[in-house]
Design a protein. Structure first.
Length: 144
């Protein structure tokens, strides 16, 4: 606890909560604080989910919390893993979608005018109003 005037208190509250000024946590230092037994993750402002997200990858995390026997913690951990799995599947799907819509696998044919377009489409056996033509239509013409 510090004793400061009201204006300084307001300034400090803003600075303390300014996310652009915040750095990263040193997980080992946090674990040392908790391992001493005087402080818990919740004392430091972390709920179970936040602690798992921020520190769950660190091997000391399970040791400090003795989480193997804590069903509630295991549920949180399972939920977080499910979220990670979902994010991974979403990322994979986005990549697959990106590959399917990637402009690298198609090209544009520019016709001289609308009559030229209709003539080419007719030669390909495609209705005159089509905007997209599969490569198989060109392959049929090329194989003749």
């Amino acid at each position: 606890m510090i004793d400061v005037d009201e204006l300084t208190e307001k300034k400090l509250n803003v600075v303390i909560n300014n996310q652009t000024l915040m750095g990263e946590f040193d997980a080992d230092m946090i674990f040392d604080l908790v391992a001493d037994g005087d402080l818990s993750f919740s004392d430091l402002g972390f709920d179970d989910q936040q602690a798992e997200i921020m520190f769950g990858e660190n091997e000391r995390f399970d040791e400090i919390l003795s989480v193997e026997e804590n069903e509630e913690y295991q549920d949180v951990k399972d939920n977080i893993q499910a979220i990670k799995d979902l994010k991974k599947r979403r990322k994979e799907q986005e990549k697959a979608d990106s590959e399917q819509t990637n402009a690298e696998w198609y090209f544009t044919v520019v016709c001289l005018d609308e009559a030229d377009k209709r003539r080419i489409l007719k030669a390909l056996g495609i209705p005159g109003l089509e905007d997209y033509v599969l490569s198989s239509a060109f392959e049929r013409i090329l194989k003749r």
